[in-house]
Design a binder for this molecule. Structure first.
Ligand SMILES: [Fe+2]
Length: 353
């Protein structure tokens, strides 16, 4: 009888559990802490547009999260989500400065879900990274709560096996969802991993504030922060920058489009940045200027853009193709490789300090 009651109680609990529509994934990972997030759909609203247009569902999403403390560096931790049989994940904490690591860079996963799915399949075949830098534009409209479950469904097997560090894209539209899902208190932030320091910028100046005056103030504040952040981390072996908008581009109609980013180049040179990763342009681009590698990987699913006007003197490689980038760091050596969705290598760079 007792067994039956326990069984019934379990069945009722399972039946009542809201659907898991995102994650679990792991953010804000350091050597000793990490936050595991999963997203559930508690209810669904049906919108009835006027003039007989089709009704459309909008899910109500709820974020579940827990922060783990007291972890050991460079250690794999497995976890499971309570009350959800079979939902498991794992991640590795950040290593000490002497230990090797590898990470993934990709972005602009919005719009073409079938292509996004192929990119993720190829990433998984290629090997699970210790962590991911996502260059932004994850969904077409960050406010649309129906799009996020699609993104998380496609990303599920990757996100359950790594740590996730996203940059804000213009299609996120500075939306609250981005900050809530990825447990960010600010749109720009930095973190340490092994022997490197990573600064993640909010390059989406246009959506940062409603007035020009406020946008100028925001950019001045972030630029000051970046300078302080880079200056304070000169002892790291490497410094990496990630942002959504590029500093250079081979897309003719977009050249001169991001003067706020291009204006950062002297600062990145002054503080010996090793490489900058960006997205926004849906292709692969690699530039080398005054010792800094600028790598654009916006080929995660959004419609491809031509690379019709490579900037002279600095262009290493530009290809209009879906892609992702892997970066392996071992001591003073960095190995950067870019792949298309068939697994074909499209770029291969070794940087030695
Ligand atoms: Fe974009």
């Amino acid at each position: 009888m007792k067994t039956l009651l326990l069984f019934l109680a379990g069945a009722i609990a399972l039946a009542a559990a809201p659907a898991l529509v995102g994650g679990p994934f792991v953010v804000n990972v350091t050597r000793n802490t990490a936050t595991v997030v999963w997203i559930v759909e508690s209810e669904e609203l049906t919108l009835h547009p006027p003039a007989g247009a089709a009704a459309r569902p909008f899910p109500s999403l709820r974020i579940e999260k827990t922060t783990l403390t007291g972890l050991q560096p460079n250690t794999r931790y497995d976890y499971d989500i309570p009350g959800r049989d079979g939902v498991k994940g794992w991640f590795k904490t950040a290593p000490a400065a002497t230990q090797p690591y590898h990470f993934l860079v990709y972005g602009d996963t919005r719009t073409r879900h079938d292509v996004h799915r192929k990119v993720i399949e190829q990433i998984l075949k290629n090997g699970i990274p210790d962590f991911v830098l996502q260059t932004g534009d994850m969904v077409e409209n960050g406010f649309d709560s129906a799009l996020w479950p699609i993104f998380f469904d496609i990303e599920r097997d990757l996100l359950r096996q790594t740590a996730f560090f996203p940059a804000l894209g213009n299609h996120e539209r500075d939306c609250r969802n981005f900050f809530d899902f990825f447990q960010l208190t600010n749109s720009y932030y930095s973190f340490n991993w092994g022997n490197a320091h990573f600064s993640v910028l909010n390059s989406d100046l246009a959506n940062s504030a409603p007035t020009q005056h406020e946008r100028d103030a925001f950019w001045a504040e972030q630029t000051r922060w970046l300078e302080d952040d880079l200056q304070a981390n000169q002892n790291a072996e490497f410094r990496f920058i990630t942002a959504h908008h590029p500093l250079f581009t081979a897309v003719a109609r977009r050249q001169e489009a991001n003067p706020h980013m291009t204006a950062l180049v002297p600062m990145l040179e002054k503080y010996h940045v090793t490489a900058a990763f960006f997205g926004h342009d849906h292709n692969y681009q690699h530039y080398l200027k005054n010792g800094i590698h600028y790598i654009g990987s916006g080929g995660g699913g959004a419609p491809l853009y031509d690379v019709d006007q490579p900037p002279p003197g600095i262009t290493q490689k530009v290809v209009s193709v879906e892609n992702f980038v892997t970066v392996a760091v071992d001591g003073k050596t960095i190995h950067i490789q870019a792949f298309d969705i068939t697994g074909q290598k499209i770029d291969d760079v070794e940087i030695k300090h």
